[in-house]
Design a protein around this ligand. Structure first.
Ligand SMILES: [Zn+2]
Length: 184
């Protein structure tokens, strides 16, 4: 495995010892390549709505037993993408995982700006991510917030989504990601 922030080999975790992040633990299904790349592509861009169960099952397989006070939260999808697709792809997965594990799923994070990211450069994306999120709901510092996202590239989006939760009072923020995009 490699660190999702710096890409250095880590052994058995997705976070190295030196990267400082607003979240404490990370699970990733795998690199965005091969079968996983195809599955994510179909699900995100080809309206293969039913694939949420397949991706959800893969996530369930990499996640350990989660404490009962874990709340599943999604990184919000840009509204335009939901409209194009006809469904909120990460919310479907989050609800599925929550149901299977008997946990709550809450839509706690909203987007302040609705800028499309697909064509942006890495620097633009990082800038947008920094001020993109706001918390819409009550944060309980005793709970664990498990943030679910589809693809991690630079880690900026997940970092600022986690930071928004921390700034609102969350102490424990964990992260589960479908695929890690290797920067080329
Ligand atoms: Zn690192």
């Amino acid at each position: 495995m490699v660190c999702i922030v710096c890409g250095r080999p880590t052994g058995r975790t997705w976070l190295c010892n030196t990267c400082r992040t607003p979240y404490q633990r990370v699970w990733v299904i795998g690199e965005r390549e091969g079968v996983l790349q195809r599955l994510v592509g179909l699900y995100k861009f080809s309206r293969a709505k039913a694939a949420y169960k397949d991706i959800g099952d893969l996530l369930l397989a990499v996640l350990p037993e989660l404490p009962g006070n874990t709340v599943i939260v999604t990184v919000p999808t840009v509204y335009g993408h939901i409209r194009e697709r006809g469904y909120d792809h990460m919310l479907l997965i989050a609800n599925y995982v929550a149901k299977k594990r008997n946990l709550k799923c809450q839509r706690l994070i909203g987007r302040k700006t609705d800028t499309k990211q697909r064509q942006s450069t890495a620097i633009q994306r990082a800038k947008q991510a920094k001020s993109a999120f706001e918390i819409r709901g009550k944060i309980d510092s005793d709970k664990i917030y498990l943030l679910i996202d589809d693809v991690v590239t630079t880690g900026a989006t997940i970092k600022y989504a986690a930071k928004a939760l921390r700034d609102a009072g969350a102490k424990n923020v964990w992260v589960a990601v479908v695929a890690r995009q290797v920067l080329k």
